[in-house]
Design a protein around this ligand. Structure first.
Ligand SMILES: C[S@@+](CC[C@H](N)C(=O)[O-])C[C@H]1O[C@@H](n2cnc3c(N)ncnc32)[C@H](O)[C@@H]1O
Length: 243
């Protein structure tokens, strides 16, 4: 009985949080894309993490990479520009329309990070660039498990998110953004907690970069690169290669 209610509550949290993100990002899609266009050109540390991520995927034999919560597709576009085999998904049809318009060579579709439209082990790489910031902690384990399902053993995962300086999670409620009134929660997170949750889902952290805020940012920014463990490594509890 108790388990039933927990499951039902998670379902409600999922629907509510996804509705909230979809409504907000449909509204701001054009303004968001215009404002962030070209931003990566001014961010050498972000480009370094994205390039390292792609090199790690290629070192593992290469293959398809998915941008999860891709928004207007700017990060997928950057990676495709340096040779990645990209595709992208996002909850917001408005964002997906902009992504298709701005990056017509990349396949994008409307989907949830909690139910990826990819087969088991289909992906060589996945990135969630400021998109897990909208996933409530109750749902994060399920989302990371879904990332693990879609990635092949040895596949690479790259996350970007704002750092919480106030415990595991620091929720910021946005009422206005990109010229619109919105109602959207974003979640700054503790990199140590994200690393632990990823380990539970079957990932081993490879690198973590935390940089100081720049320009109008109000928090530090974290970039976490992890590898999907092969099953034997998980069972052994090592989480990394023998050396
Ligand atoms: C801050 S934007 C980042 C977009 C893009 N990654 C970028 O850096 O430009 C967050 C994006 O995540 C998407 N998103 C939020 N929750 C999602 C979910 N559960 N599944 C798929 N996309 C989601 C939103 O619709 C939005 O486009």
């Amino acid at each position: 009985m108790g388990a039933f209610f927990v499951r039902r509550d998670r379902r409600v949290v999922k629907v509510q949080s996804e509705d909230e993100a979809r409504i907000a990002y449909d509204l701001v899609a054009e303004g968001y894309a215009a404002l962030l266009d070209g931003e990566l050109e001014r961010l050498p540390l972000e480009r370094a993490m994205l390039t390292a991520f792609l090199e790690q995927v290629e070192a593992g034999g290469g293959g398809p990479i998915a941008d999860l919560g891709c928004g207007p597709g700017r990060v997928a576009g950057f990676l495709a520009g340096i040779g990645a085999d990209m595709r992208g998904i996002d909850l917001s049809p408005g964002m997906i329309a902009v992504a298709r318009r701005d990056h017509p060579a990349i396949p994008f579709e409307v989907a949830s990070m909690a139910e990826l439209p990819f087969g088991d082990g289909e992906l060589a790489g996945a990135l969630a660039w400021y998109s897990i910031i909208h996933v409530p902690q109750d749902l994060q384990d399920a989302v990371f498990a879904e990332f693990a399902r879609a990635l092949r053993p040895g596949g690479m995962l790259l996350l970007a998110f704002q750092v919480s300086e106030d415990g595991d999670e620091d929720i910021v409620h946005l009422r206005q953004a990109y010229g619109h009134e919105i109602d959207l929660r974003t979640r700054r997170q503790s990199p140590a907690r994200v690393e632990r949750r990823l380990a539970e889902a079957g990932f081993a952290q490879l690198a973590q970069l935390v940089r100081e805020p720049i320009a109008s940012e109000k928090s530090r920014q974290a970039f976490l690169l992890a590898r999907r463990c092969v099953p034997a490594q998980r069972m052994a509890g090592s989480g990394s290669a023998a050396s």
